[in-house]
Design a protein around this ligand. Structure first.
Ligand SMILES: Nc1ncnc2c1ncn2[C@@H]1O[C@H](COP(=O)(O)OP(=O)(O)O)[C@@H](O)[C@H]1O
Ligand SMILES: [Mg+2]
Length: 359
């Protein structure tokens, strides 16, 4: 059997750089060397591309960046190359069969790098340009979800340019239409960066400015009181959803700290739910994934609203956290697809998609 020449891309110029390195280390530890010929490209936080020859362990600590064997490199948009160039003393070209981007957040999960992969003609794991961009932008995700009748929290979108002209009228509108508590979020960020839960006017103003520091467009939402439930989707045209899991954040909401630094945050898999709730969440997740024209994988997050038992869509993550202990992989593990099989199936999806789309 000829091995699949796969290139794992990790890190990235994103606030989720560190999480990506840990996710990628897990993916790499499950890619069988018998099946795959593996290349690793690390992207530093300031956006340099490096061919990384070292161990997966050093990826988890950030030490990979100091590896003396690193060489500047790039995926080539030139279809004839169908691969990458490595800029050592003399340039070396390497053909690739598949790219596995394990990048979270901006510049990796938002369609930008997917555009380069499309130009290169190399199949890649995960969503394409449109689904990635729409999934990353909370205001556009909401438009797509609304178009298929999915229940969401009440929300408003503010643009920096308009807000600066009359901040008080925007703050008044948020108070009148959403009330307290409410959430303020950058439209494009991730990992709860720039997100605040707000309970009064003074902190609303600060929260809006914090969110604007991350994006010129922000989303304000009424706070949903309820349970946080998530499911994982896998596939292309006929995707499947895994079991449903519950997040029990250790803090008042699932902030960056609660996600990555607070060991008291708990994932319950499968979630204990009233009859029918799990199926409805799985079915809704697939509908949202398909409405976005999703490919490969996504984690789809919901609330189970306390006051009426309604399933309220929160967000879709087209390249969710992918460590062994991440929700995405654990949900599939509980559904009978262990991590190693999951990784193989994602590569198959990438190759299939390419065959269909480019034949
Ligand atoms: N409308 C809301 N009602 C209640 N909690 C919310 C709401 N929006 C966000 N949260 C809380 O904030 C967390 C992060 O928000 P989310 O929209 O998922 O951002 P991110 O894309 O950064 O994960 C959620 O996991 C949840 O704990
Ligand atoms: Mg989230």
């Amino acid at each position: 059997m000829t091995k699949i020449r796969i290139c794992v891309v990790f890190g990235g110029a994103s606030s989720e750089h560190e999480v990506s390195c840990v996710s990628a280390a897990s993916v790499l530890s499950h890619l069988s060397p018998a099946k795959y010929d593996i290349t690793k490209i690390g992207i530093t936080k300031d956006g340099r591309w490096l061919l990384y020859p070292g161990s997966t362990d050093a990826m988890k600590t950030g030490d990979w960046e100091k590896d003396p064997g690193n060489l500047p490199c790039s995926i080539l948009p030139d279809r004839a190359a169908h691969g990458m160039v490595i800029l050592g003393k003399t340039p070396e070209f390497r053909r690739l069969d598949c790219i596995f981007p394990v990048l979270h957040g901006k510049n990796g999960e938002d369609g930008t790098i997917q555009g380069l992969f499309d130009l290169s003609g190399i199949p890649y794991v995960g969503c394409g340009v449109l689904a990635s961009a729409v999934g990353m932008d909370k205001s556009f995700t909401k438009l797509v979800a609304a178009s298929i009748g999915v229940t969401q929290a009440k929300y408003l979108v503010f643009r920096r340019h308009d807000y600066d002209k009359a901040p008080d009228s925007f703050l008044n509108r948020a108070e009148e239409e959403l009330g307290y508590p409410l959430f303020v979020k950058p439209a494009n960020a991730g990992s709860s960066v720039g997100i605040s839960k707000v309970k009064n006017r003074a902190s609303l103003r600060d929260a809006v400015m914090l969110a604007f520091a991350h994006d010129r467009k922000i989303v304000l939402e009424e706070a949903v009181v309820g349970r946080e439930l998530e499911t994982a989707v896998l596939g292309n045209e006929e995707p499947t959803a895994a079991v449903v899991g519950e997040v029990l954040p250790a803090e008042e909401f699932y902030s960056y700290d609660a996600k990555y630094n607070n060991a008291a945050s708990v994932l319950v898999i499968p979630a204990e739910l009233p009859d029918g709730v799990s199926d409805k969440i799985r079915e809704t997740a697939i509908r949202i994934f398909s409405a976005l024209d999703g490919r490969g994988l996504s984690r789809v997050d919901f609330f189970l609203r306390e006051r009426d038992g309604e399933i309220v869509f929160n967000e879709i993550n087209t390249l969710p956290g992918f460590t062994d202990i991440s929700m995405y992989s654990k949900l599939f593990d509980a559904a009978g697809v262990p991590y190693g099989d999951l990784v193989d199936r994602l590569v198959v999806c990438a190759l299939e998609e390419h065959g269909e789309a480019k034949a």
